[in-house]
Design a protein. Structure first.
Length: 291
């Protein structure tokens, strides 16, 4: 039964990622993706938030929280792995700048390819990271469907318009199915982590990461939302690769899987709620100005 659930999980994840990236390409142009990244200040702050502030905070937090070494290792790996594959979908849900989310995702993933092999061995003894192993999913699962979508959008706009709602439904189905299946698969792991206090660390991790990303994500509210959710949701694919290839203790991989799942759920729910509250406040201000 577990093998069937694992297969469904992989297919759901594959459908979600490919459909999300294809759909993003069908809606945007290369110029739209590149334009937000011309803001040098925003790019620098995005890199600082994801590759300096979040890893440093998590490292210091783990020095004072009594957790076992495997759980600490899992958190460190997650903190260093930036560039969530789900960022364009998260940006869509929180009504952020989708073009910026796509460019930011690729920027952070590229940074992770070079950053993880340097940073992880400095804090975790005996860990080895191959940059090409991290880059392969980026090229084949993400950049390829994005490039196909961009090509169709540029050459066959009517076809792109027709495909957009179909691809969006596939993306949503993959996301929902993947969440449900992962909750079933990792239910016991979640219960186990609740007994260790690791869940509390995960929540603090998420709140800090979102706050830092949001505060540094100017100039617009749409980029703040994107950097907020993009910093709070880490690159679980890269983290899982490192965890499975370097650690024999199953608690490391379990921590990575459960943390990535909780991050996605919390960001989806809290991010959407935060956006609604934010929009209500903006509406109140506009109404006050009119009156």
């Amino acid at each position: 039964m577990n093998e069937i659930f694992s297969l469904i999980d992989k297919l759901a994840f594959l459908t979600f990622i490919v459909a999300t990236m294809l759909g993003t390409g069908l809606r945007l142009t290369v110029q739209q993706i590149w334009e937000p990244l011309r803001n040098t200040r925003l790019v620098i702050l995005s890199l600082v938030a994801n590759f300096i502030l979040v890893p440093l905070f998590v490292y210091l937090l783990l020095q004072v929280v009594p957790l076992s070494e495997p759980l600490k290792d899992g958190f460190i790996i997650m903190a260093i792995a930036a560039g969530p594959p789900a960022l364009p979908k998260l940006a869509q849900i929180v009504k952020g700048n989708i073009a910026f989310s796509t460019g930011l995702m690729m920027l952070l993933m590229l940074g992770t390819i070079f950053y993880m092999p340097i940073a992880l061995p400095l804090v975790l003894e005996g860990v080895e990271v191959n940059s090409w192993d991290i880059a392969k999913p980026l090229l084949f699962l993400m950049l390829s469907p994005l490039a196909i979508g961009l090509f169709i959008k540029a050459k066959f706009e009517a076809i792109a318009f027709f495909l957009q709602p179909i691809v969006l439904k596939l993306s949503n189905i993959g996301l929902l199915l993947g969440l449900v299946v992962r909750l079933v698969i990792h239910f016991n792991d979640i219960v186990s982590l609740l007994q260790t206090g690791a869940i509390l660390v995960c929540v603090v991790f998420i709140v800090f990461s979102f706050s830092v990303g949001y505060l540094l994500g100017g100039p617009g509210i749409d980029t703040q939302r994107v950097l907020g959710v993009g910093t709070a949701q880490r690159n679980f694919a890269a983290a899982l690769l490192v965890g499975t290839s370097n650690f024999d203790d199953p608690n490391v991989v379990s921590l990575i899987m459960v943390t990535s799942l909780l991050m996605l759920i919390i960001v989806l729910i809290a991010g959407q709620k935060f956006t609604q509250i934010e929009e209500a406040k903006i509406l109140e201000i506009e109404q006050a100005k009119v009156s």
